[in-house]
Design a protein around this ligand. Sequence first.
Ligand code: FES
Length: 457
Amino acid sequence: MPDYIPTNAASSGVKLDKKTLKSIAARSDKPGLIYIAQWVAFLAATGALVWAALGTLWVWPAMLLHGIFLTVPAYSFSHETAHGTAFRSRWLNEAVLWVTSFLYMEEPLHRRYTHTNHHTHTWWVGKDSQMPFDTPMGFGGWLAEISGFALLRFHIQVFVYLAAGRYTDTMKMVTPEGGFAKMTRNARIMLMIYALIAAAPFFGIWWVVWFLVIPRILGAPVMLLFTLIQHVELQENSPSILESTRSFRSNRLAEFLYMKMNNHVEHHLYPQVPFHALPKLAEALQDQLPQPDPGFCKTNLEVMSVVLRRSLGRQTKAASIRQAPHMITGAARWNVSRSGQCELGRKIPIRSHSMSQWIDACATDDIDEEDLISWQHGGKSYAIYNTKKGFFASDLICTHEEQSLEDGLVIDCVIECPLHGGRFDICTGKALSAPVHKDLNTYPVRVEGGRVFVETG
Ligand code: FES
């Protein structure tokens, strides 16, 4: 049993009734496809500006604008597809993850696995593999971050290591079984494409420089200003997303570029909710959450002023800064006691063995179609599903980490874990996609007289 609690709604004391969550988290292809159409239209418009300005000094602001529309959505879309929430269709999700991770310049599975770890240990020093800088941050560190060069250097290192088949301790910590071969293959393919792009001007192909390479470099600082304020200068090593994560107000354009991730607290509480439904989620949770911070510009200005003042040895108070700057609490704070009662008061199921027997678990109409309920029996927790193929039962706890599947999404005959989006075949318990690789235990089910019986054991 792990000695930590994943950082999410449960660890933050936030609750949402299951029916509301299920309706908000419903998956569809349509919003993602509309987003692609709008993104391509914006890129065509800003690309036309670059075209019109070629040969003049106006080409630089045009490339900056084009770069913002290229780089920020590439980050946002690769993030959303790393979660697997952008589309209902899995293949569409994975195809867009590949393309947008290419633009973002990170191997797609490395992106997914480090992000999985980031959600488990949000803003825990030494545990969160996406905590990008030494903490607390100084002005030099801030400059290195927002210029984009620190991230670029890191991504190049990751590519080289993966392509060479050398795996760092962090990679070994976050990558599930069987992941390395695919990551190495992806890294080699991507490096070859980047090499072709780098060689293109030598063959007289300059459009890649004007429409891709320079805009990507110019757009990176804007992308990083968005991502920096997700957690920076908030509380580290806290189980509560409300303390470690920041939502901020946003106008329509920034919401589009960032795929509504300005609702970042809400996203970390319920990562299974797709981007387009985050405002709805924010509305449903408004009584339990603090007010969002001011907009993108004001919050970034406050962060910049705090890191500058820290470097000058001055006090670091500001409205959107809620952390005593040097406060780092002990990592053992949320250890689970031997009784299975964690310090947050959440009961973690303890498995026990009992004789196999058929138990009357619930009525058939207790479970909506394409849904599940949790059921406790003999000190053990089960998930009982109602699918198009009938009723099924499995363990309730995901095999990846100690996460209940109760708020997971049932799509056809697949259950998707609410924490990292790992998927299991409900009928067989088979682990279908990373980060899960260990199958779920399943239990025989029979239906009689409108009741669901589970054979426990
Ligand atoms: S806890 Fe990670 S996929 Fe379930």
